[in-house]
Ligand binder design. Structure first.
Ligand code: C2E
Ligand code: CA
Ligand code: CA
Length: 762
């Protein structure tokens, strides 16, 4: 069969001359191979591009470029190989047919690139595609062969032609697989594999060509003139074709590489952008966490400050009014200490809801600043609106709250500052609302107060007092101890002296502890202060002993904050030893509330103190929350009934009943009872009647300095033979208030002078 001048299924002619001395120029074969490799490499790169770019137009563009490179590479390989084929004949090439061969290759290459562009390829599709491409390559080869004109006739061995087609199909199959494989991945190793794959594919393409050439037999008519092959022309042409092809391929590859780099940069940029937006989201949620209180869902201090600054700027601009309210739940700590933190948290949630309900609109800002401290910000037209809101909250608060099986009624203290009257900055307004709150707490809680300028003066004064107290403590200058006798009703003698601290201030005169104990407690000075009192009291007791009061005991107050200091027993021991005083002559007064904290730790510490031989008394009894069960656990000796229970006696029979009950209860627990604040003879008489063990109060003596104590003690002890009841019977017409106490107990002028000094200074 003859096709385009090629005899494929034809027998060799009976006459003619077979050309045997044909050979291939090895340099040009190598060049052809390199071009094939370059074409393959380009195809792999373009295939990778096709699968990575997203825009369809870009995909089309890379497919086209890939097809040109592949077709150019294979076709150039084929053409150079043809030129490498040296025959002793004059050979020329038919340009249109050569062009047609290039076109066939281009179609096959386009088909290859299209196939590679598909997202999924099944085995069957691979096979079909590689068959088409293989046939295309073979078509290109044999068409190209038919463009070669000389006076020789080309005869092909059928089996080898078929084999060459199979090789073309196998090479195409391999090319498809490799191209698909190298679509993804990166790095040096991937690149190396791509080079190797290109070399293998190049070899495959070349081998297809040479299988085709192997099938060829050139037959020239007998007697044809044979010449020496013209290698020079072929060499020039080959080099030109190779150069052009390689240039095209190289520029396409660099375009692909540049695009890849650009895309990876774009991806990096996208990744960075995605990361940035993730970061942004994280920041937003962090901000949410940072600005909200997890327990109550109200905004927290930080969130509040932000809104406050915004609202303040708004109101400054529009010349409006704002109110800042500080709220503090009264005695919240007691709930936490006695019912536990879970109950405390539950209570805070309920209270947060109540406050929120009491506010007027969504415009009002309610925040929790931590602990039991809440803050409200409202816009208003006049101060009364703030007062009304505060009263509404206080009213709401009085609704009983069910908590761990109990019904609790809570109260709140509120402090209010108003913009622009009380300040123009957030800090100033918050500070002033806080001062007003402080005032409310000082007024016995459950009250509301607006800021006023004298509160500020007071705060400044307090700051100054703190500084001065620090100096007074450091220099042991200005602090003094006053002593108030505690009278034993059973034997009519002064049994103890309560040491009460005073501060002789250079400007403000003699200050009572109420003015500075709080400051000391709030500023970490209380331990130092109480230790000073303890040491001084022990020294004074030693001095009193030298002056004949060997039986007297001294009681010293101990701040609640000191009861968690492990050093306390050591300090007491040291104070006693250095003054040379027996431990049983010292009594420590601790308040009920001091015992409400960590009871186990406190009990352990109190036991250590008691083990030294020091007595313990519970001060201000009745004002706290302690129960009988609680008291039983404590290593106590004495119970001091608070002044408030005796104050209205005898006018309040109910109070007297309470006092009576406490005395009975204390005696049952084997505790001795001191009643504080006894000011009248009636109170004295009733307490004596009820079996109270000791009394303390202005009736007997105000607290006095050590130097004035002696005559008072003598007076009190001398009067032991006169019973009060006898006195009242003796002088039934006389006043029974404090005015006659001098007549009854102390009538020496020394006492009067000292009593006036001992007036609490405020
Ligand atoms: P307190 O321990 O309950 O002390 C009794 C307070 O009641 C004393 O006030 C005393 O002067 C006063 N008082 C005594 N009898 C009467 C009376 O018949 N009528 C009235 N109206 N008051 C009477 P003072 O000295 O002003 O002390 C106040 C509080 O300061 C004390 O209350 C105590 O809690 C604390 N305190 C005093 N000295 C110290 C101290 O050295 N350390 C500590 N941590 N606290 C101290
Ligand atoms: Ca006391
Ligand atoms: Ca007391």
């Amino acid at each position: 069969m003859e096709w385009l001048g090629l005899n494929i299924l034809a027998e060799l002619p009976p006459t003619g001359q077979i050309l045997l001395n044909c050979r291939h120029n090895p340099f040009l074969v190598l060049l052809a191979y390199l071009v094939a490799c370059a074409g393959s490499f380009a195809m792999l790169n373009m295939a990778e591009r096709v699968s990575h770019v997203e825009k369809p137009s870009a995909q089309r563009q890379w497919r086209l470029l890939g097809a040109f490179c592949l077709a150019g590479g294979i076709w150039a390989m084929h053409f150079i190989s043809m030129l490498a084929f040296e025959t002793p004949l004059k050979t020329y090439y038919d340009l249109p047919i050569t062009g047609a061969s290039l076109l066939i290759m281009l179609v096959a290459a386009l088909f290859t690139m299209n196939t590679l562009g598909q997202t999924e390829l099944r085995a069957m599709q691979y096979l079909q595609a590689s068959t088409c491409i293989g046939l295309g390559i073979a078509g290109m080869h044999y068409t190209g062969m038919s463009a070669m004109h000389s006076n020789a006739v080309q005869y092909y061995q059928t089996s080898l032609v078929l084999f060459s087609i199979v090789v073309a199909i196998v090479v195409s199959f391999a090319a498809l697989l490799l191209a698909r494989h190298f679509r993804n991945g990166g790095g040096m190793f991937h690149q190396l594999l791509k080079y190797i794959a290109s070399l293998v594919m190049g070899a495959g393409i070349v081998s297809m060509h040479f299988t085709g050439m192997w099938a060829l037999t050139l037959v020239v008519p007998i007697g044809s003139t044979l010449e020496l092959p013209m290698t020079d022309n072929s060499l020039h042409l080959s080099l030109t074709i190779a150069l052009i092809t390689l240039l095209i391929i190289a520029s396409s590859i660099s375009a692909a590489l540049a695009d890849k780099k650009l895309q990876s940069k774009e991806h990096d940029l996208l990744r960075v952008n995605a990361l940035l937006s993730q970061l942004d989201q994280a920041r937003v949620s962090l901000q949410q966490v940072a600005h909200y209180d997890a327990l109550t869902n109200l905004i927290n201090r930080r969130g509040f400050n932000q809104i406050f600054a915004e609202k303040l700027a708004e109101q400054t601009h529009s010349k409006g009014m704002l109110a800042v309210m500080f709220l503090d739940i009264d005695h919240f700590k007691r709930i936490n200490d006695s019912l536990g933190h879970d109950a405390g948290d539950e209570l805070l949630q309920v209270i947060a809801g109540q406050i929120k309900n009491a506010t007027r609109s969504h415009d009002d800002v309610v925040a929790r600043f931590g602990g039991d401290e809440f803050c409200i910000l409202i816009s208003l037209n006049n101060r009364d609106e703030a007062r009304q809101l505060a009263q509404r909250i206080m009213q709401k608060m009085k609704e009983p709250i069910a908590l761990v099986g109990r019904r609790m009624v809570m109260t709140t203290s509120i402090g209010i500052s108003v913009f622009p009257d009380d300040g123009t900055t957030c800090d100033e307004l918050l500070k002033n609302a806080d001062l007003a709150l402080y005032q409310s707490k000082g007024n016995g809680r459950n009250s509301l107060n607006f800021f006023s300028s004298n509160l500020k003066t007071r705060a400044t004064l307090e700051l100054q007092l703190e500084e001065e107290l620090r100096t007074a403590l450091a220099e042991e200058n200005g602090l003094e101890l006053y002593y108030q006798p505690i009278f034993d009703l059973r034997n009519g003698e002064v049994a103890k002296l309560e040491a009460l601290v005073r501060w002789q201030h250079p400007q403000h005169g003699l200050l009572s502890p109420d003015r500075f104990i709080g400051i000391a407690e709030a500023n970490g000075l209380i331990a130092e202060l109480d230790t000073w009192v303890l040491r001084r009291a022990c020294q004074d007791l030693a001095r009193l002993s030298h002056n004949g009061c060997e039986q007297l005991k001294i009681t010293v107050n101990c701040s609640a904050l000191n009861l968690c200091r492990e050093e306390l027993p050591g300090e007491i021991d040291h104070a006693l030893r250095s003054a040379g005083v027996a431990p049983h002559r010292l009594e420590l007064e601790v308040t009920e509330n001091a015992l409400m904290g960590n009871i186990d730790v406190t009990v352990a510490l109190l036991k250590k103190i008691r083990a030294l031989g020091v007595s313990l008394s519970i001060d201000d009894f009745g004002t706290g929350y302690s129960s009988l069960a609680y008291l039983k656990r404590l290593p106590l000796d004495t119970l001091k009934i608070d002044r408030s229970f005796i104050q209205d006696v005898p006018n309040s029979p109910q109070d007297m009943e309470i006092v009576q009950a406490i005395i009975v209860m204390a005696h049952t627990l084997r505790l001795q009872v001191v009643t504080e604040g006894v000011e009248t003879v009636q109170q004295y008489a009733l307490l004596e009647q009820q079996g109270c063990d000791f009394v303390q109060g202005y009736l007997l003596s105000r607290p006095v300095p050590l130097r004035d104590l002696r005559p008072i003690l003598d007076q009190l002890n001398q009067r032991k033979s006169v019973s009060t009841v006898d006195f009242i019977q003796l002088y039934p017409g006389r006043d029974t208030d404090g005015s006659m106490l001098q007549d009854l107990f102390v009538d020496n002028p020394g006492y009067r002078a000292s009593a006036s000094v001992a007036q609490p200074v405020r």
